[in-house]
Structure formats: structure tokens, C-alpha cells
Design a protein around this ligand. Structure first.
Ligand code: HEC
Length: 142
């Protein structure tokens, strides 16, 4: 094998490996919804990976009437928790949901994820930001 070939063999594979690594990093990071990470760390343990709930204990949230008809009540519900019994998709649930600590930016990310993934027809057609979250919370506390 010529010296020129050996040099190529030493350079080409590492360069390809580096390009592959950069490509994978870029592709993976552009796919991960920031709200998905929040959902999986703060909600999925009770409401399930796909919002299906936990039998008889935790109501589902996937495409339920609360998400469809009262989407704007979610920021305050999540921040303040819920003590009343709720009737969801034909069943009563009466375990309390404790308040969940999230900043308004984290809440905005979470709600964008829920709007994209937990509703057959999107509820809001804009990108939710922290100002929208704060507005809904102050409306509910009046
Ligand atoms: C420790 C378990 C637990 C966690 C964690 C949790 N929830 Fe809940 N969630 C519940 C329970 C239990 C209820 C029913 C509360 C009641 O009956 O008063 C509920 C109720 C709800 C409801 C109202 C359902 C309806 O249609 O009335 C929504 C929406 C909701 N949760 C969303 C979330 C979101 C979003 C998160 C994450 C930020 C979350 N929950 C985290 C247990 C949990």
C-alpha cells in the first residue's frame, strides 16, 4: 500500500466518525421537545406515558374534555393542585393532586407539548409563552 493511501486511511474514518457524531447530536437535540422532558419527569409517573392515567387512581388527560374545553385552566390547576373529586371520561377520581412546582417558562413548554401531543385537534394555534401562563393564573385567582 502506498504512503498516500495510508494517510487517507488514517484521516477519512475519523472524519466520518466525527461527522456522524455531530449529525446524531444535531438530529437528536432538534427532536426532543423541551416540554416532553418536563412531562416525563413531573407528570408521567401518575398520568402515564401517553396521558392514559392510572386505573381508578389518576384520571387520564389524553384528549379529555378538560383539555379540550378548559385548556386555559391548566396553568393554575398544575400550580395549585386539585383536591375536589373529578369525573373524567365516565369515572370518578378522588385522590388529591398535589401542587407541582414549575416556573412559568417550564409550564409554557409543558403546555405546548400537551397541546401538540395530548389533543387530537390542537387547542391553541399559537406558541404558548410564559406571559400567557401568568395571565391565565391571575385570571383564575380572581
Ligand atoms: C402524584 C400523582 C400526580 C402527578 C405527579 C400529577 N398528577 Fe395530575 N392528577 C392526579 C390526580 C390524583 C388527579 C385527580 C385529582 C382530584 O380528583 O382532585 C389529577 C388531576 C389532573 C388533571 C385534571 C383532570 C380532569 O379532567 O379533571 C389534570 C389536567 C392533570 N392532573 C394534569 C397533570 C399534569 C400536567 C401534571 C404534571 C405537571 C400532573 N397532573 C402531575 C395525580 C397526579
Amino acid at each position: 500500500m502506498s504512503k498516500q493511501w495510508l494517510t487517507k486511511l488514517m484521516i477519512v474514518p475519523p472524519v466520518l466518525a466525527l461527522l456522524f457524531f455531530l449529525y446524531m447530536t444535531f438530529v437528536n437535540s432538534s427532536y426532543e421537545h423541551p416540554g416532553r422532558i418536563i412531562y416525563y419527569s413531573k407528570c408521567a409517573s401518575c398520568h402515564g406515558d401517553h396521558g392514559e392515567g392510572t386505573q381508578n387512581l389518576v384520571p387520564p388527560i389524553y384528549n379529555t374534555s378538560t383539555l379540550k374545553n378548559s385548556f386555559e385552566t391548566l396553568p393554575s390547576l398544575i400550580r395549585n393542585g386539585l383536591k375536589d373529586s373529578v369525573f373524567v371520561e365516565g369515572k370518578w377520581y378522588n385522590q388529591p393532586m398535589y401542587p407541582i412546582q414549575l416556573s412559568s417558562v417550564e409550564m409554557a413548554n409543558l403546555l405546548n407539548f400537551m397541546n401538540d401531543s395530548f389533543l387530537v385537534e390542537k387547542k391553541v394555534d399559537f406558541v404558548i409563552n410564559s406571559a400567557w401562563v401568568e395571565t391565565q393564573i391571575s385570571k383564575m385567582s380572581k
